[in-house]
Design a binder for this molecule. Structure first.
Ligand code: NAG
Ligand code: NAG
Ligand code: NAG
Ligand code: NAG
Ligand code: NAG
Ligand code: NAG
Ligand code: NAG
Ligand code: NAG
Ligand code: NAG
Ligand code: NAG
Ligand code: NAG
Length: 412
């Protein structure tokens, strides 16, 4: 090809690209992007609920602004909480968390026509104790599903297994209304193998935690608080390289122990309070360099508290209360290493049988807000410098020696 023809060709390609782009711009400014069936599905979804501002504190009714102007087609892609993809203009994301929606939701709800959804968040609404409709299986493109705190109940439908692309599933709630019995927890993780975030707190699971979860190398967050869990917790889960949040609290029939921790742990939050964890805290605890929250209140740990805990300088929340640790000298001064963890806002050292006076190393914890030293043998006065800890809002000194005042409640 001659070079001049080549340039003419190139220019005409450029021009047609520009003209095409202008035309699509013009087109999109006159024509709604939204597909008709999707805007009508959204409007019928809206109509199937009443708006009730009392169902969730601070809720805001996003759907109230959804409207079609008479005789015009509305662009649902611009509606509050709705997002469309750029190319095909399908509704791919619906975020109606805390939107004051009240009413039952059943299988003929038009929500399930939005088959292009990637992300659906209906958290913190009130679905009047409906079951999760089996039609949820039609939304097979979902990667994010959040139905937490939305007053759903009953058994999770089998059809949820159709959502094999799910990365994040949140079904947490306030009470044990949702069940995961048949299908079971094991069935769930066998089908949803891409999960990185799994929050099922307050669901009635009543089974073991499946061993298979220990193979979920991408798992980042697992919240199973108060799920009636049984059996022994698969120890491998603690060693998952990407796990940041692990909450297993208030499962008294769940047994477990802590393995040695690797140097590269990502763990930020380890919450085991009120579950039957036994054995010693591993000396490798100091390897959890990212740890911000450690709550083992009311477990059954024994042995010594490893000194390597003093390496955890990101700790914000530390509660070691009500275990069966043994001490050479049960003096509170043996905890002076905590004085180096200056980010701490909550500190629990209740039921250690600790002796001594309220220690001056507490002065170092300038962010301290909650202090629990109940059930010890502490003596002496309440020091005046405690008032210098300006963030302090709750101090519990109950059940100590009589010289220490019980329950000093500070303002704020
Ligand atoms: C809530 O559920 C009850 C019982 O199923 C039903 O009678 C009532 O109409 C429902 N209320 C709404 C707003 O859907
Ligand atoms: C859905 O089905 C129920 C009966 O199961 C019916 O009462 C209701 O009107 C239907 N709702 C819609 C939006 O079609
Ligand atoms: C599962 O998803 C496919 C599309 O990926 C759909 O054809 C099928 O009907 C869905 N099954 C159920 C039970 O919803
Ligand atoms: C689900 O939505 C609620 C309310 O917006 C939010 O607090 C929660 O973190 C969400 N869950 C996940 C796993 O993102
Ligand atoms: C959980 O479900 C089991 C089996 O249905 C039932 O026996 C148990 O009482 C439920 N537990 C709670 C706390 O709801
Ligand atoms: C986890 O993965 C390992 C290695 O790939 C495999 O041998 C093991 O059977 C898997 N565990 C489960 C419960 O599937
Ligand atoms: C600790 O162990 C005792 C005795 O085995 C048991 O009764 C108790 O429930 C356990 N604590 C927790 C939180 O599981
Ligand atoms: C606090 O940290 C400093 C510097 O890292 C160290 O020298 C000191 O021994 C620590 N104090 C306690 C009580 O662990
Ligand atoms: C208090 O904190 C300083 C550094 O902020 C540290 O050098 C000192 O050792 C700490 N005191 C105690 C008792 O940990
Ligand atoms: C607490 O300590 C006192 C003396 O320091 C001792 O007599 C008592 O047996 C201890 N109690 C427990 C439960 O360890
Ligand atoms: C507490 O604060 C007061 C006033 O800011 C100051 O005079 C005093 O030295 C402080 N006490 C201690 C122990 O730091």
């Amino acid at each position: 090809m001659e070079s001049s023809t080549y340039y003419v060709c190139l220019l005409s390609i450029l021009y047609s690209a520009i003209i095409y782009r202008l035309l699509t711009l013009l087109n999109s400014s006159f024509q709604p992007r939204c597909h008709d069936y999707e805007s009508s599905a959204l409007l019928q979804f809206k109509e199937s609920f009443t708006i009730d501002n009392t169902i969730y504190d601070g809720c805001y009714p996003k759907v109230e602004s959804w409207k079609l102007v008479k005789g015009e087609r509305g662009d649902c892609c611009s509606w509050d909480g709705v997002q469309c993809d750029e190319e095909a203009n399908h509704v791919i994301s619906l975020n109606l968390a805390k939107s004051c929606l009240y009413g039952s939701i059943n299988s003929n709800n038009t929500l399930f026509r939005l088959v292009h959804l990637h992300s659906l968040n209906l958290a913190c609404n009130h679905f009047n104790f409906s079951q999760i409709p089996s039609q949820i299986g039609r939304l097979s493109r979902l990667t994010h599903l959040n139905l937490s705190f939305s007053s759903l109940s009953g058994q999770i439908p089998q059809q949820i297994f159709n959502l094999s692309r799910l990365i994040s599933l949140d079904l947490s709630r306030y009470y044990h209304g949702l069940k995961l019995h048949n299908p079971s927890f094991k069935d769930l993780v066998q089908h949803l193998t891409n999960l990185k975030v799994l929050h099922l707190s307050f669901m009635n699971i009543s089974s073991k935690v499946p061993e298979l979860l220990a193979n979920f190398s991408s798992l980042e967050s697992l919240r199973l608080s108060d799920c009636v869990l049984q059996g022994e917790f698969p120890v491998g889960i603690f060693q998952l390289p990407n796990l940041k949040i692990l909450d297993l609290s208030y499962n008294p029939d769940l047994k477990g122990y802590l393995p040695p921790f690797q140097l590269k742990s990502a763990l930020k939050s380890l919450i085991l309070s009120g579950s039957n964890f036994v054995g010693e805290l591993p000396s490798s605890f100091g390897n959890l360099a990212c740890l911000e929250e450690l709550d083992i209140y009311g477990c059954n740990f024994t042995g010594k508290i490893p000194y390597s805990l003093s390496n955890l300088d990101k700790l914000v929340y530390l509660d070691l209360s009500f275990n069966y640790f043994s001490f050479h000298s049960p003096s509170i001064s043996s905890f002076s290493w905590i004085g180096n963890l200056t980010k701490i806002t909550t500190l629990g050292l209740a039921d250690f049988n600790l002796t001594g006076e309220i220690p001056s190393w507490l002065m170092n914890l300038t962010q301290l807000s909650v202090l629990n030293l109940r059930h010890n043998q502490l003596t002496g006065p309440i020091p005046s410098w405690l008032m210098n800890l300006t963030q302090l809002s709750s101090v519990n000194l109950g059940f100590n020696q009589p010289t220490v005042l019980s329950h000093l409640a500070l303002p704020n």
